[in-house]
Design a protein around this ligand. Structure first.
Ligand SMILES: Nc1ncnc2c1ncn2[C@@H]1O[C@H](COP(=O)(O)OP(=O)(O)OP(=O)(O)O)[C@@H](O)[C@H]1O
Length: 276
């Protein structure tokens, strides 16, 4: 199965989604998305439907175009061509309405890191136009749920990579988005925190939300995702329900089949040579 529209998840058929009554549009619809940096074609015409209520994993080798795709899908990077709709709203024609429905964990975007963790989450909620009392309550709950209690009053600039990831996730969640787009949410996160995050995301999806995440960890994607897309060279190589994509094999084997590339290591003999 490649690129085109995919079998809808059960949640799609019932049109679920927090606060979205009867819509049948996918949570995220991408058509003909393309981006070139100089001579490098990062995204070469991607079509993708992310069904509402799905837990959608985006996998692909380094440089495949995942971050570029997610940045264009969330209004952070203007596409050269193509369209993106979030729950039926055109991200680039009506960015304010579309962005109100999205929570984003971007890869490597600068944060206001001279704020404390708690201040940053509160600030993220206020930027979304939320009532201060609600934001303060939610920020406190998120910080506690993500195990950042002790660091809540510490400046984000002094956070570890994993702590930064968690506080950024809290910022993405605070306004209760319909769609969460997370670029490598588990990168640098310890196993206990990863389990907590998985629990939070699972509850969010059970409640009708939709998660799109990129990851290099095939086991994790296989364990938590309902749907998956394999991207390589700026193209979608396979997409749809997890079981359809892996077609009886493991996701890792299917990934290696589709993406190819040699895993043999040539040279480096000197690495086996003692230098003393
Ligand atoms: N701002 C940029 N300027 C120039 N080239 C870029 C830029 N951003 C991405 N690229 C190039 O576009 C291609 C896709 O990059 P992208 O970051 O989207 O890949 P990725 O799948 O997220 O990779 P990884 O798994 O390593 O994070 C790469 O060849 C990368 O070098």
């Amino acid at each position: 199965m490649t690129g085109g529209p995919q079998t809808p998840s059960p949640a799609t058929a019932s049109g679920t989604g927090p606060g979205i009554g009867s819509g049948t549009d996918p949570a995220l619809r991408i058509r003909g998305l393309r981006k070139q940096f100089g001579q490098t074609v990062a995204v070469a015409g991607i079509d993708l439907d992310v069904p509402r209520g799905s837990f959608y994993g985006l996998v692909g080798p380094n440089g495949a175009g995942k971050t570029t795709t997610l940045s264009m899908a969330t209004g952070l990077l203007r596409p050269d061509q193509g369209s993106v709709h979030v729950l039926g709203t055109d991200v680039w024609a009506d960015p304010v309405a579309a962005k109100a429905r999205i929570g984003v964990l971007p890869d490597g975007l600068r944060l206001f890191d001279r704020l404390t963790g708690l201040q940053l989450v509160v600030y993220a909620g206020l930027l979304r136009g939320m009532d201060r009392d609600d934001v303060v309550q939610r920020a406190g709950e998120l910080v506690a749920a993500l195990g950042l209690d002790d660091a809540a009053d510490k400046l984000v600039v002094d956070y570890s990579a994993g702590m930064t990831k968690k506080v950024t996730l809290a910022c993405a969640l605070v306004h209760g988005p319909r769609l969460l787009v997370l670029d490598e949410p588990f990168e640098a996160v310890d196993p206990v925190s990863a389990k907590t995050i998985r629990g939070i995301l699972s509850r969010y999806v059970e409640g009708g939300g939709t998660v799109v995440l990129s990851s290099h960890v095939m086991d994790l994607v296989e364990r938590i995702c309902t749907d998956v897309a394999i991207i390589a060279g700026g193209h979608v190589r396979a997409a749809g329900r997890l079981d359809d994509v892996r077609a009886g094999a493991s996701l890792e084997d299917r990934f290696l089949d589709l993406v190819g590339g040699s895993t043999d290591v040539k040279g480096l003999a000197w690495l086996h040579t003692s230098s003393d």
